[in-house]
Ligand binder design. Sequence first.
Ligand code: SAH
Length: 245
Amino acid sequence: MDGHTREIHLSRLPAHARTLFGLELTAEQQRAFRIMAGELVAWNERVNLTAITEPEAIEIRHFLDSLSVLRAVKLRPGCRVIDVGTGAGFPGLPLRIVQPQIALTLVEATGKKIEYLQHVLERLAIRDVSLVYGRAEEIGQQPEHREQYDVALARAVARLPVLVEYLLPLLRIGGRMVALKGESAAQEASAAQAALRLLGGELQRLIPVELPEVAETHYLVVIDKIAASPAKYPRRPGVPARKPL
Ligand code: SAH
């Protein structure tokens, strides 16, 4: 892929970001989103990154959906944020574009997607985002990651009873996880109650998010870490999904 992939014009992103989240995107940030959209579409022809390829849909379903996390958590300068199963960088990268002072770690288990992320970070001239190639179950047991983060995020990775086993061990006590969910959010949250108790999590609230021209309501499931996660969690790769807590 050459270094000059076309940027994609995003006509409505600034207005929506302002109305929905009170964000005034700078010219530089708008350009970063155009570059990201261009690379996503270009790479998607050979690496399966997304089913969403129309510019309007990328604006809304990838960028604005990712930015909705700002309704659930303040991302202060220096805040350590981890995005698990980030795929093509969602929700972590759009958040890093609007809050460049966060310390962001992106975790992804598929090598091709890590390659894409490396490329897109180069195109965006972002050098301080840490890319981790591996599985949440392994990373959660490594001292350099376990209980090291203030905020843990995930979208479209696993059902909540499984996701809390991936994310809670990564958070320091007092940290917060935010899961981006669809209509099943409330049902998944009640199914995750036992796992939350075991792992030291406490459900705070479900924040409904309405996105322009999106029929379904999205939900931010907000969970605080109030106690340590026992050392045996997360279990070995594959076990959380096969035998949810
Ligand atoms: N969060 C992105 C991608 C969702 S697809 C988005 O919303 O667009 C789910 C991604 O999670 C895939 O790229 C998959 O490789 C990754 N994934 C699934 N289970 C994982 C695990 N246990 N550890 C790390 N990555 C995982």
